[in-house]
Design a protein around this ligand. Structure first.
Ligand SMILES: [Cu+2]
Length: 196
């Protein structure tokens, strides 16, 4: 790995891309095996055979082993519950929708906890979730995992949330809405998928 070949790649900024090169030095002449841009200050590296890594990788988290206290293990169990000013959304995600994807009855001044479970059991299908106005920029949730984020809606209106990780050709459809009503209003909590 070296800086001598720093100018091998397209100049895209004040600093030129640094370079990693893998040489075979077993013969009389060294042979360049691989040549690619890398992060800054590349000096040392260690290699190991792929078969040490590959059989040990985690491909999914098994849903039946998900003991998260706020997990929702099937879409039928998705729900929204109010506890004073705290609202708990038990949500699932699977290609290509959230359940529920329509929520009403949230009010300004509430603290809304989204407990989101990714129901996928396939390799390489994480889903993300981002809520407009939440302090968390996004959550990325791996297949079989549950994560929680908190949203404190400040303004009345209809607020969208959406998947932030490309998951299929229908990724752009993977979104939903929360209607926020004024504090003190009596709109009951309601939730649905596709309005049904
Ligand atoms: Cu998605």
């Amino acid at each position: 790995m070296n800086k001598i070949t720093k100018d091998r790649y397209l100049p895209t900024g004040p600093e030129l891309c640094q370079s990693a090169q893998l040489y075979d030095i077993t013969g009389d002449k060294m042979v360049l095996l691989s040549d690619f841009p890398t992060v800054g200050e590349p000096h040392y590296a260690a290699g190991c055979p792929a078969d040490l890594i590959k059989p040990n990788q985690t491909k999914i988290y098994k849903l039946e082993e998900n003991k998260h206290p706020y997990a929702t293990l099937k879409a039928e169990d998705a729900r929204v519950e109010r506890d004073g000013k705290n609202v708990h959304v038990y949500m699932t995600m699977i290609r290509s929708h959230f359940t529920p994807d329509n929520i009403e009855g949230v009010k300004t001044g509430d603290r809304v906890y989204f407990h989101v479970t990714n129901l996928e059991q396939d390799y390489d299908v994480p889903h993300g979730i981002s809520m407009v106005g939440a302090n968390t920029s996004e959550l990325l949730i791996m297949p079989g995992q549950t994560e929680t984020f908190v949203w404190e809606p400040k303004n009345v209106g209809v607020w969208p949330f959406y998947c932030t990780d490309f998951c299929s050709a229908l990724h752009q459809e993977m979104q939903g809405y929360v209607r926020v009503s004024p504090a003190g209003s009596t709109i009951p909590l309601k939730w649905s998928l596709d309005g049904e």
